[in-house]
Design a protein around this ligand. Structure first.
Ligand code: GLU
Length: 296
């Protein structure tokens, strides 16, 4: 039986946890726990070329040192490829997915830009051009607007066909696309709630189109504010975000709570006290939308 609330934290092991990923972990954990819900950890190790050796173990060690307690066993996406293949097969059978022969260069030469790079111009939508071999698989995105109510950012709308176009489900290099894997797993694991960073706000309509095509139930969504560096760039491996230190876990947790608009009392010093306070005080409707600055 699916509980009333099951949430997750789903880091990609491309690097160690930084202040932005900690904020997401803290926000998703507290939202689950204050509602008596479950909180699972899923390591999104789908993209070996981008991964950092040892990052998965480091992330889990860090979560543990911070005092996070997750439900069930940690789930790894590298174990789950047959599920993604089954979802693609379902979409091919229903006519919702099609093979594509286009290279990035060919797309870039003719496409306009949308919310997340080039909008696929639909070259292979009605069949592969003569003599071309399939490279990737794409979803046939229906025309029209997708909308959802985000618990932090409010009503969101996007015309996925116009803004993104038919997007990739399986990449030309043979790896599964994040967009497909994430919602196949959320569904298979019975997730009722997706709480994650606002960098994925623009991806959510794509995932809703896929959820509808697969006939799954939509989870509730909440996106948490991003943490940026002094240059205004989102913290990530690419922007050389510093890893959070478990030697200063209480300070880091306090900072994450403050960025979520929850200010613990000054005499609340250790990790245990901070968690006890946060578990008694956290409310997602107090979380703001503003980008937070690291190092302050
Ligand atoms: N693996 C994604 C990331 O680390 C997050 C996926 C999600 O929460 O839906 O950015």
């Amino acid at each position: 039986m699916t509980p009333a609330y099951r949430g997750r934290f789903a880091p990609s092991p491309t690097g160690r946890l930084h202040a932005g990923s900690l904020l997401t972990a803290v926000g998703s954990y507290l939202d689950a726990r204050v509602q008596g819900g479950e909180w699972w950890v899923r390591i999104e190790d789908l993209d070996p070329p981008r991964e950092m050796p040892g990052a998965s173990a480091d992330i889990l060690r860090t979560l543990e040192a911070f005092g996070f307690e997750w439900d069930g066993e940690v789930v790894y996406q590298h174990d789950r490829h047959p599920r993604y293949a089954a979802a693609l097969a379902q979409l091919v059978a229903s006519g919702d997915a099609y093979p594509c022969a286009c290279t990035r260069k060919e797309i870039a030469a003719v496409a306009r830009r949308g919310v997340d790079g080039h909008v696929y111009p639909g070259t292979c939508r009605d069949g592969l051009p003569a003599g071309r071999q399939p490279r990737a698989w794409r979803l046939r995105v229906p025309a029209g607007e997708v909308s959802f109510e985000d618990r932090v950012f409010g009503l969101q709308r996007q015309d996925v066909a116009q803004e993104v176009g038919d997007f990739v489900l399986k990449r030309a290099d043979g790896f599964w696309a994040y967009q497909l894997a994430v919602l196949v797993d959320d569904h298979a694991q019975g997730m009722t709630d997706v709480v994650r960073g606002a960098d994925l706000l623009d991806s959510t309509p794509r995932q809703l189109v896929l959820i509808d095509a697969l006939g799954h139930a939509r989870p509730r969504h909440a996106h948490l504010p991003l943490v940026c560096n002094a240059e205004g760039e989102k913290l990530s491996k690419q922007t050389l975000a510093p890893a959070i230190s478990i030697d200063h876990a209480a300070d880091e947790l306090r900072r994450a709570l403050c960025r979520l608009n929850h200010r613990p009392p000054a005499d609340c010093a250790g990790l245990d006290e901070l968690w006890a306070w946060a578990l008694a005080s956290f409310r997602l409707d107090r979380v703001g939308r503003t980008v937070q600055r690291d190092g302050v």
